[in-house]
Design a protein around this ligand. Sequence first.
Ligand code: CA2
Length: 141
Amino acid sequence: MLHGPNLNLLGDREPEIYGRITLAEIDRRLTALAAELGVHVETFQSNHEGELIDRIQSARGRISAIVVNAAGYTHTSVALRDALAASGVPVIEVHLSNVHRRERFRHRSLIAGIATGQICGFGVDSYLLGLRAAAALAAGG
Ligand code: CA2
């Protein structure tokens, strides 16, 4: 599970858009669901594009799927898209908010075109649904 820039601020600011849940709580919920599904989840947050890319490269051959909320980089980063495409594993794009009913610049995702699917608008449930999708893909379904 990759969390992009500024998501470490969750729970602190803009609760009207992103709710009151913290990133630590999202990670706890993901870890609990992973145990239920019988899969292992690793979570990583960074505010730095290069660190996210390094982490994607280190996943190659070691993990079965990547769930990613690339936050602002979703709309701008060719480098992140290229790294995800090169990872050779299925990518599931998730967002807390429904990016399609927000500002126009959020409607375009550079990740969507290389992702297996996109889940947005369901708050923390976007992540949990993303993990379910990842587990199903990892199991070959
Ligand atoms: O809805 C999402 O999950 C987003 O990926 C969140 C990004 C935004 O740029 C995308 O368009 C949609 C923003 C993450 C920043 O999160 C904050 C949390 C609290 C306070 C300020 C920013």
